[in-house]
Design a protein around this ligand. Structure first.
Ligand code: HSE
Length: 295
């Protein structure tokens, strides 16, 4: 049996819409074993335990990429700490896990770039799969059909707090809310935030972080899907965070920075908001997905 450990990720990281992603210390462990002659999936809700399972599809797609057939029998076991459909890259962990699982089970020798190419084909945007594969803060861009990747430093002092509500947002709906065209001034503002953010993450510069954790491409449109967003942001900043962004397309919100008691204060303050918010204290994962067990 082969077990792959894949980190959660936050897509966009504020101004890097569809481009920037950060791997986080929350994990999905997925085990694969080719045996028997049926598909046997466990450790996930019953409705996902079938041939439409994303990790299974990614496993088969990876074999097809190398001209190989889907296995006759496959056992897949999930063990995950990542909230599902909350903007923390849980579906990317399934895709990346399936690809790395197939690569390991069949000794395919795929490079990380090839893995990202397959993942992007399956997911449609690389901003979660790239940090899940490489770890850390990664920019990825699809130019002329090729996925280009650049990695940036994350200062080890930086802490991240995921605020996870009990409601989901649909990525499809959250994408539909975005306008086709944006004003040049909004584009310039967002490019400026992105450029500042990359330096701010490297230096943990509080002033730069406060200015850079913003955008005018997606969050102003999407925040309506998260009741209380503006007040929760104010609360996070009043409690000492450098900024608060929507994680991916939501519904999780991600606070950057904050003092030691930040999580406790947020847990207390969030009781006033609908959504039974959970508070998860995280760091950047700098290693990316890896095989942790190979019998
Ligand atoms: N970049 C994507 C979006 C991430 O914001 O729609 C969601 O998975």
């Amino acid at each position: 049996m082969i077990t792959v450990k894949v980190p959660a990720s936050t897509g966009n990281v504020g101004p890097g819409f569809d481009v920037l992603g950060l791997a986080l210390t929350l994990y999905n462990e997925i085990s694969f074993e080719e045996s028997g002659d049926t598909l046997d999936i466990s450790g996930c809700p019953e409705k996902f335990a079938n041939e439409d399972n994303i990790a299974y599809k990614a496993f088969c797609e990876t074999l097809a990429y190398k001209g190989l057939k889907a296995p006759k029998g496959l056992k897949i076991v999930f063990k995950s700490d990542i909230p599902i459909c909350r903007g923390l890259g849980s579906s990317s962990t399934l895709i990346v896990g399936g690809i790395i699982g197939a690569n390991a089970v069949h000794s395919l020798g795929l490079s990380k770039s090839e893995m990202l190419f397959i993942a992007n084909k399956l997911e449609g945007h690389p901003d979660n799969a790239a940090p899940a594969i490489f770890g850390g803060l990664i920019a990825s861009s699809v130019n002329d059909g090729e996925v280009y990747v650049a990695d940036y430093k994350v200062n080890e002092e930086l802490k991240f707090t995921a605020l996870v509500p009990d409601f989901e947002t649909s990525t499809e709906k959250a994408r539909e809310m975005l306008p086709e065209n944006i004003k040049r001034t909004d584009a310039v503002y967002t490019v400026g935030c992105l450029a500042l953010l990359l330096k701010a993450f490297e230096c943990a510069d509080k002033k730069l972080l406060a200015a850079a954790l913003d955008d005018k491409l997606h969050q102003p449109y999407r925040k309506q899907l998260i009741p209380g967003f503006d007040d929760i942001r104010k609360l996070a900043i009043a409690n000492g965070a450098d900024g608060l962004i929507i994680s991916g397309s939501g519904s999780t919100l991600l606070a950057v920075g904050g003092p030691k008691d930040f999580e406790d204060k947020m847990a207390q303050g969030l009781k006033a908001f609908a959504g039974n918010w959970r508070v998860l204290s995280l760091k950047a994962d700098l290693e990316g997905a890896k095989v942790i067990n190979q019998d």
